[in-house]
Design a protein around this ligand. Sequence first.
Ligand code: FES
Ligand code: FE2
Length: 441
Amino acid sequence: MATLADIKQVPLQRVNEGRTSKAATKAPDPDLGFDRIPASRYTSPDFMRAEWERMWTKVWLVGGRDEVIPEPGDWMTHEMGSESFIFARQPDGSVKGFYNVCPHRGNRIMPKDSVGSSPSFKCNYHHWEWATDGTQVNIPDLETFPQLPGCMLHLKQVKVDSWGGFFWFSMNPDAEPLRDYLGVIPEHLDPYAFERMKLIDWKTIEWDCNWKASVDAFNETYHVQGIHPELLSWLDDWNVQIDCLGKHNRYLVPFQTPSPRYADQRSLSEMMVGLAQLNGLDPAAFEGRPRDLRLAIQKAKRAKEADSIYPYKDLSDDQLSDDYHYMIFPNFTMNIYGETMLLFVSRPHPTDPNKMLYDLMNFAHLPEDQPWQLPDHQTYAHGQLSLGLVLDQDAHNLPRVQEGMNSRAYDGLILGTQELRIRHFHKTLMDYVGADCADDR
Ligand code: FES
Ligand SMILES: [Fe+2]
């Protein structure tokens, strides 16, 4: 049997017969050194405050999904750290975003984590009221506020822009345009037509770890052999292309092919048999090695492109089989396939660096005649809900990581080349937070 060292020498077949994707071009790796990353970035309340003031309030962040508020008057609230926002669809189709705080006595105007439709926003405390464009329209007993000559306390706005079927916002009035912030991401990912996908699953789970521990856990495949050995029979965690793309980064993970770490390189595993069948191939008649199935599946999907509901004809061959996995800084982690997109959004806890909110959203291309309903959105405690074997494995491990990060014996993150995305993420983070941050040690 070939050893892992032998197989690591065999380059992955990237065929792309006539369907080369510009998006697959390898970006030059930055030289970011091999220094340890301080654990205090994950545990310190002071670092958390600096991160809020210097990073979260400066970047572009996802606010929500277009199909959740499709019509004028539709709105949703969204929590980010200690802030809450209202996003409202306007008559011209655009989305406006407001701080969800009443200028009177500070009440939250609309309930947190909710979706609705109404002609105006009315604070439940004393019934001050705003149109859905944020203009104040009523103050009961206005004459008793001699300091207010009229209804002029409009809701404070945040910048909002759209890409990929999502609306994005920034608390920074001087933020660059969203397209500039995203850099090459739209050029790479627009062929997947995210705006035509529909949200089919939406959950939020409170995880007992720092938000960065969650981002990190999905930014490397090095842990697959440790935490997810079941995956080794059908995905290649070794021949992974890593690219740093401005503030953002990605890896391209070959699916439908066994890892070189997987012992049996001669017969199709049960999972690979299932993948062959799913794509209309007869596993019994398949004569190639297991690692050849990936190309056979690409060809099978290519043959169906003309009448597929999926955007196969706009995708490269690799994109028909592999996970194009992108992280838009700071917290938007996309597992992208030709048919679906599984999105993780890691949000900071309002006050505790040892906790976070993990949003899990699943999107799919649906047939045009298939009715769609907005999925129920619930928040769960850590461990209260199974997310399936693989995510349960990640979720189970993360509190252990967070506990260890708090140990006085822990000297900081040691990152190898397979963990380049984590190092690059920290580089971008510290470009915002600043090397002068006193608590970064
Ligand atoms: S606090 Fe909102 S109307 Fe008084
Ligand atoms: Fe994982």
